[in-house]
Design a protein around this ligand. Structure first.
Ligand code: PGA
Length: 260
């Protein structure tokens, strides 16, 4: 199970440092045991050194929210994979719907970034998801499959630690209206099938498939209990240690219940 926070463009650096310190402090208390739940936070690039420092003695790993597909060059304002790995980042969110919407990122660009992340040992967290109009038109499965296929074309993975896919229905992001657990499960099964066709069932079964879109402590248990939902990509609820770790606790409970 993986609980990942996407801070987006929120908090200044002292506030982000304080948030990471609060996460570290909560995790250091005796009652906090994450068990087999992995926790990752993805702040903005500017925050990364401070957040990496704050979380250095915790099990929490740190990722970025985007990066360029080239190693270096004249790309004003961009950040490269070698820059991220050189400071200790483990993962990078790619193809988030906000990047697709506001920066016109195409599947081909996402694909190039996924290859670049793989080449540098960063775990790509590939985001896919349909709009409300596409869902109403009965196109959701096709849209999501095309995004998965586009992002992963020619991408080889050796095992489940090399890739994360996040299903984030656009109509659920930042709206407070999450998908119903069964609705999310249906799409996760579609994605799992797609991955099985590409990488074989054994690998596909173990690639973490995250749900994202208004996941909160109160709805996390139902979502995370679904058989093909292996964690969450959390936006607004990741901006407070209490709600973020509250979701991680739900993941711990789901795992405990599945072991009974
Ligand atoms: P949200 O964002 O939890 O605020 O809906 C999720 C995301 O965009 O990753």
């Amino acid at each position: 199970m993986l609980v990942a926070g996407n801070w987006k463009m929120n908090t200044d650096v002292p506030e982000g440092r304080a948030l990471a310190d609060a996460i570290a402090e909560d995790l250091s208390s005796a009652s906090s045991d994450l068990g087999n739940v992995d926790v990752l936070v993805c702040p903005s690039h500017v925050h990364l050194p401070a957040v990496l420092d704050a979380l250095a003695d915790t099990p929490v790993t740190v990722g970025a929210q985007d990066m360029h597909a080239e190693d270096e060059g004249a790309y004003t304002g961009d950040v490269s994979a070698p820059m991220l790995t050189s400071i200790g980042c483990d993962a990078v969110i790619l193809g988030h719907s906000e990047r697709r919407k506001y920066y016109d990122e195409t599947d081909a660009e996402v694909n190039a970034k996924v290859k670049q992340a793989r080449a540098h040992g960063l775990v790509p967290i590939v985001c896919v998801g349909e709009t409300l109009e596409q869902r109403k038109a009965g196109e959701a499965d096709t849209v999501v499959q095309n995004q998965v296929d586009g992002a992963l074309s020619g991408v080889s993975i050796d095992g489940p630690d090399d890739l994360v896919v996040a299903y984030e229905p656009i109509w659920a992001i930042g709206t407070g209206e999450s998908a119903e657990p069964e609705q999310a499960q249906e799409m996760h099964a579609v994605i799992r099938d797609d991955l099985a066709g590409r990488y074989g069932g054994d690998v596909a079964d173990e690639v973490p498939l995250l749900y994202g879109g208004s996941m909160k402590p109160h709805n996390a248990y139902g979502l995370l209990s679904q058989p093909d939902i292996d964690g969450g990509l959390i936006g607004s609820a990741s901006l407070a240690a209490e709600s973020f770790l509250g979701i991680a606790e739900k993941a711990v409970e789901v795992l405990a219940a599945s072991e009974d």
